[in-house]
Design a protein around this ligand. Structure first.
Ligand code: NAD
Ligand code: LMR
Length: 339
């Protein structure tokens, strides 16, 4: 029971109850790349999450300031900031969930694959440390190109003998967030009620929103569906161009990353029926990694769900995305096995 002093506001009371450690397990979340464009708002959103008891913010520089700042927010978690590789072990020790938005973002004219040369090495070294310091953590990979960085992480963990396919996730939630927003606008339905699965990968044509399964149902024309599909596939580029050289999506990505991490924490805590789309090891298609709906549980992935019925347009689009997705997967595996 939580006592309420006569001077405290009702919101303080609600917070105190929600954050009572009697009912909510201790959970440590680490954010790697926490001083960056995504990392900072993501740190804020994770600080607001009552499921988090320890928030560990790591970057190569700048994290003490970010940590001091968010630590003043009067919510449950205790915040620590770590700057520099020599502190990475401490940042990771005991983590239940590690979120990775570390690495360079796109500028106009670049593809996500153009980030491979820099980000592949960053992801590799961070995953080597995860294998050493928190091998059982759920890893939420945000760094691009996600289609390749997830296979890189898998290879690093395999080499270290810690790989568990149930614990590695490519974060594709932003594609779902966009698909929901764009669909609600076109179908003129309440965005808060919209659900749209997004499958495939996280780059251009490899992103396949399944608008035929969108709810609430709406009678959209084939042209509308094609336009919505294209807008979802090009959502990242839309932001890169609007930011005109100052990076890519950060705020909407932090929101999406916070939703996905929250789902992982709920799954770990035994909340039933937590389902999100994610890019995971999969045998739903012939590709070794594929995004689809995933049921989350106490060990991470509890079940990779099937694709459900597809329209003819979605079937065709699915076939046409496979070569590009496979080549990005193979590129990641090759990098990790050669370096
Ligand atoms: P940013 O440049 O603003 O921030 C990146 C941060 O990573 C920086 O603070 C940098 O210091 C840090 N960093 C670099 N090397 C590091 C290392 N070895 N260890 C720890 N931290 C390191 O970039 P951003 O806008 O935050 O984007 C980060 C990544 O997320 C990019 O690769 C971007 O393409 C990707 N992204 C993915 C999605 C998605 O949907 N999955 C969405 C948006 C952006
Ligand atoms: C996005 O979808 O916004 C991210 O993958 C960033 C990018 O480069 O588009």
């Amino acid at each position: 029971a939580v006592a309420r002093s006569s001077s405290s506001s009702s919101s303080t009371y609600v917070c105190a109850r929600a954050y009572s450690s009697d009912s909510v397990p201790e959970r440590k979340v680490a954010v790697l790349g926490a001083a960056g464009g995504i990392g900072q708002p993501l740190a804020l959103l994770m600080k607001l999450n009552p499921l988090v008891s320890k928030l560990s913010l790591y970057d190569i520089a700048g994290t003490p300031g970010v940590a001091a700042d968010v630590s003043h927010i009067n919510t449950r978690s205790e915040v620590s900031g770590y700057a520099g590789e020599e502190h990475l072990g401490k940042a990771l020790e005991g983590a239940d969930v590690v979120i990775i938005p570390a690495g360079v973002p796109r500028k106009p004219g670049m593809t996500r694959d153009d980030l491979f040369n820099i980000n592949a090495g960053i992801v590799k070294s961070l995953c080597t440390a995860i294998a050493k310091y928190c091998p059982h953590a759920l890893v939420n990979m945000i760094s691009n190109p996600v289609n390749s960085t997830v296979p890189i992480a898998a290879e690093v963990f395999k080499k270290a003998g810690t790989y568990d396919e149930k614990r590695l996730f490519g974060v594709t939630t932003l594609d779902v967030v966009r698909a929901k927003t764009f669909y609600a606008g076109k179908a003129n339905v309440n965005v808060a009620e919209v659900n749209v699965p997004v499958i495939g990968g996280h780059a251009g044509i490899t992103i396949l929103p399944l608008f035929s399964q969108a709810t609430p149902k709406a009678n959209l024309s084939d042209e509308d569906i094609k336009a919505l599909t294209k807008r979802t596939q090009d959502g990242g580029t839309e932001v890169v161009e609007a930011k005109a050289g100052k990076g890519s999506a950060t705020l909407s990505m932090a929101y999406a990353g916070a939703i996905f991490a929250d789902a992982c924490l709920k799954g770990l805590n035994g909340v039933p029926d937590v389902v999100e789309c994610s890019y995971v090891q999969s045998n739903v298609t012939e590709l070794p990694f594929f995004a689809s709906k995933v049921r989350l549980g106490k060990n991470g992935v509890e079940e990779v769900l099937g694709l459900g019925p597809l329209s003819d347009y979605e079937k065709e689009t699915l076939e046409s995305l496979k070569p590009e997705l496979l080549s990005s997967i193979e590129k990641g595996i090759k990098f990790a096995s050669q370096s």
